[in-house]
Design a protein around this ligand. Structure first.
Ligand SMILES: [Zn+2]
Ligand SMILES: [Zn+2]
Length: 185
């Protein structure tokens, strides 16, 4: 299905320490429809743009936590913000669940948020790289992340979750990563 007739009806933000509102999730729907699609959105520092991809959907009302804007409060059930469980008390304090009556300045005047993402940002899934400390689009990976066909997963990410096998990509990628790690430590 094309996104053309969909509009952003709920946008969840993360308020960063520097006062920026990062888009975190977008719920979209078509006029009169009782269900939504959901998009995950991540800011990629390297590329200075968002990467976004459709991650699911369901019937309204949508369960929303953290800071959000909506075109219609009846679409939302509020939940306690999960950022308070993040281990960063300041982050939890800043991101208590609440509704913004207006879009934050960064996206205000951009029109429909979904269309704005499609027009000016990057449609891709992201993988978090703990060396770059960044969300990296899966179609333009950094040197520390590689795809392992044998394991059917990305490797090189998230420190402890890394389990490279003996395939060619893992052997090559592991050498890259170890080089990069010794360069920053
Ligand atoms: Zn990286
Ligand atoms: Zn492998």
């Amino acid at each position: 299905m094309s996104h053309e007739s969909e509009k952003a009806v709920i946008v969840e933000f993360v308020l960063m320490a520097d006062g920026r509102y990062d888009i975190h999730q977008v719920w979209t729907s078509e006029p009169g429809r009782k269900s939504y699609s959901m998009y995950d959105v991540s800011w990629t520092k390297r590329d200075r743009r968002y990467s976004f991809h459709k991650s699911g959907g369901g019937p309204f009302p949508a369960t929303v936590s953290g800071i959000y804007w909506t075109s219609d409060p009846a679409l939302v059930i509020e939940e306690e913000s999960s950022w308070s469980l993040d281990g960063d008390p300041a982050m939890g304090e800043r991101n208590k669940t609440r509704r913004l009556t207006d879009l934050p300045i960064d996206v205000k005047g951009c029109g429909d948020v979904l269309e704005w993402l499609y027009n000016y940002h990057h449609s891709a899934q992201t993988v978090y790289c703990d060396i770059c400390v960044d969300s990296i689009p899966d179609d333009d990976l950094c040197a520390h992340i590689w795809w392992c066909d044998e394991g059917g997963d990305f490797q090189g990410v998230g420190g402890e979750s890394i389990s490279p096998c003996d395939c060619e990509d893992c052997v090559k990628g592991k050498a890259w990563r170890e080089n990069a790690m010794s360069a920053i430590s």
